[in-house]
Design a protein around this ligand. Structure first.
Ligand SMILES: [Zn+2]
Length: 345
């Protein structure tokens, strides 16, 4: 039955690689196992192709693409003041990652699949219209969001649960009331944006929801925030499609940050997001891979999301719950309710 299928694509960008860098093709080393996973019969593999430049320029101006292509041709090297690298293959890799994202969206919009997961790299959510950063070159989810709008889905909700704030995605859409951007992230780490007070600008006022979490927030925090903040915001916004920036660096075992989601927590979050998509937008939900840097953990956490897309709990959690007690986020939730007008009555 096509209606239960999960579309996916894998763009591992083997030649976009820099020795010693955490964002590298080894992250994808287990993904070939998808075809022998418990989901194999429900998975619909879509082939990636380079995103059409005419679609990419809905987000990134042609001058940026020219600069990126030229910088890549001079690679390997860094193209920002941080550690975002390019190699001579990176421009094509970025176009293929964006193209893979578009093809998964197409499969869902065309009804070949009910949901989707674009397993692509390089990731995208730190890149604004003209500035690459945070290992990201083209903003895959932003390109997909604009594309979905062009295909007749005017209201797009983006939920970004990467441990880092998606500053690029926010900058792209913070003045746009048709795209709601909601991010959970650890506060005080890279890139330093994502304050609770950043709620959108001008006509887009209210269309940005930042949920900055303290270190050691984990499964219980996510469960409470999902129920008391994310779901009411989604109900009020009424999306036509739900797009997810899926970063798995919020797992307690990830080397880059200190949130404490478990693999079971990711599964539960995924089930809650699917439930929202089912009640609001006919189950149309598409995931886009962002961070997650331990290959074994990344694989487990992606399986947790795939189980969630079948509405199933995880049969086993190899890493188990976080080893430290969780910190309460009750005060944060009250502040969020106040800022975003979520108090009942
Ligand atoms: Zn991240």
């Amino acid at each position: 039955m096509s209606s239960n299928r999960i579309a996916y694509t894998v763009v591992d960008s083997q030649e976009h690689d820099l020795p010693g860098h955490p964002e590298n093709p080894r992250r994808f080393q287990h993904f070939h196992r998808l075809t022998e996973s418990p989901f194999s019969e429900q998975l619909l593999r879509v082939e990636p192709h380079e995103a059409p430049v005419s679609v990419v320029t809905s987000i990134h101006p042609p001058s940026y693409l020219t600069e990126l292509e030229q910088a890549a041709s001079r690679g390997p090297g860094f193209i920002d003041h941080g550690d975002t690298y390019v190699t001579p293959a990176s421009y094509q890799a970025a176009l293929e990652a964006a193209g893979g994202a578009l093809n998964v969206v197409n499969a869902v919009i065309d009804g070949q699949a009910r949901s989707g997961f674009a397993l692509v790299r390089p990731p995208g959510h730190h890149t604004s219209a003209t500035r690459p950063s945070g290992f990201c070159l083209l903003n895959n989810i932003a390109i997909a969001a604009r594309y979905a709008q062009s295909r007749g889905y005017p209201r797009v909700m983006i939920v970004d649960f990467d441990v880092h704030h998606g500053n690029g995605t926010q900058a792209l859409f913070e003045k746009d009331p048709s795209i709601l951007y909601l991010s959970t992230h650890q506060y005080g780490i890279y890139p330093g944006t994502g304050s609770i007070q950043e709620t959108g600008l001008g006509e887009g006022s209210g269309s940005v929801v930042n949920i900055p979490l303290p270190a050691r927030a984990g499964d219980q925090a996510f469960e409470a925030i999902t129920e008391q903040v994310i779901e009411p915001i989604a109900n009020r916004f009424g999306p036509d499609i739900l797009l997810i920036s899926a970063g798995f660096d919020a797992h307690w075992n990830d080397p880059l940050a200190s949130l404490q989601l478990s693999t079971t927590g990711y599964n539960q979050l995924g089930i809650a997001l699917l439930r929202m998509a089912e009640s609001l937008c006919e189950g149309k939900i598409v995931y886009f891979l962002e961070g997650g840097y331990d290959p074994d953990d990344l694989w487990d956490n992606i399986l947790a999301i795939l189980y969630s897309l079948k509405r199933e709990s995880l049969p086993e959690d190899r890493l188990g719950p976080a080893p430290f007690p969780e910190i309460s986020v009750d005060d944060l939730i009250e502040t969020l309710k106040s800022i975003h007008g979520l108090h009942s009555k």
